[in-house]
Design a protein around this ligand. Sequence first.
Ligand SMILES: Nc1ncnc2c1ncn2[C@@H]1O[C@H](COP(=O)(O)OP(=O)(O)OP(=O)(O)O)[C@@H](O)[C@H]1O
Ligand SMILES: [Mg+2]
Length: 382
Amino acid sequence: MEKELIRLENCTMAFDDEVVLDNISLSIRDKEFLTLLGPSGCGKTTTLRIIGGFTKPVSGGVFFDGVRINDMPPHKRNVNTVFQKYALFTHLNVFENVAFGLRLQKPKLSKAEIARLVDEMLEVVSLRGFNNRDASSLSGGQQQRVAIARALVLKPRVLLLDEPLGALDLRLRKDMQNELKRIQQQTEITFVYVTHDQEEALAMSDTVVVMDGGIIQQIGSPEDVYNEPKNAFVADFIGESNIVDGIMRSDGEVEIFGRRMKCLDGGFGKDEPADVVIRPEDIDIVPLGSDAAMLTGQVTNVTFKGVHYDIIVDFKGFKWLIQTTDLSPVGGKIGIKLDPDSIHIMKKSRYSGMFGDYSSYSAEYDDISDASLGEDDVEDDE
Ligand SMILES: Nc1ncnc2c1ncn2[C@@H]1O[C@H](COP(=O)(O)OP(=O)(O)OP(=O)(O)O)[C@@H](O)[C@H]1O
Ligand SMILES: [Mg+2]
């Protein structure tokens, strides 16, 4: 594992007494692709600006290679930034846009050296042969790649990217995600990337930092934050999840809806209340009345999604989302089975009870449904 390159230590940021970053600590390793992920206003850009030196935290330390750099101005930091708006020089061609920073370097680089470095970088971003094109004549994706080449050609240790794909359409976004990941691996430059798009974060990153309300909620690999979310906020923000109240009866045994089920989690107090997350793709539908059926519910809504169906199932008034390739008709009752590894237990948090219920998903169906099919008719198989 590479060594630490950047460290934020207990950084707090406030504007007019309003705290927007609350005592955050973060370690960024050399050569890693780290993503700050969270909803609008959670403090992603502010965190990036602190790393870039555009904003000074009101308290806490910023370290680069172990050296405190709180007072170092942006241009002295070995860091470059790519913004959401490409901010290219539209009156210059592609070559001159990329060469711009190189021409300012001291000692002065030779013409031939500048040409070599620019060509090399245009190759990296797959824009070979675009040298003489006007920046204004390029597509959005091409412009963004010029902006990235312009930042990378200066060989910073760190590239900060603030929602760089935000302005692109979905298809181009996906292509550019792969492209950026490849560029990062090829150049071995540390990327600190900001997005509010959880799929993008999972697809590109070595490390994902999930933020909400100026607080880091979880730091981990994409697999970690998806499979082992720390709290209901993370579980809800990353992917779809059903979140229900549970009681940890003992290590490896949780009770939900009055039923005890095996799980893989432990370390809770005896009978400690917990939040239980069950991903929609981890739920098995089994024949009604079979021994395998752990809960019985009623299908209230079905949506065809191409690869699978999203079905909403009512368990005692609590509505779950299940993703399945088998069609289960609306109004029918189904049994479900939960394997121990499809049940994930989280500590109660201030987010408990706020997320993970799919009632609104099927509100329209409920309005027209027969009152006799209310929740009292749906029971589990105890
Ligand atoms: N210069 C400023 N003056 C006052 N408040 C600010 C300033 N900069 C940021 N804020 C506030 O700090 C909070 C965090 O802002 P920030 O830009 O870091 O959010 P973000 O996570 O990047 O959001 P988005 O996804 O919308 O870009 C917001 O409530 C914002 O209004
Ligand atoms: Mg922002």
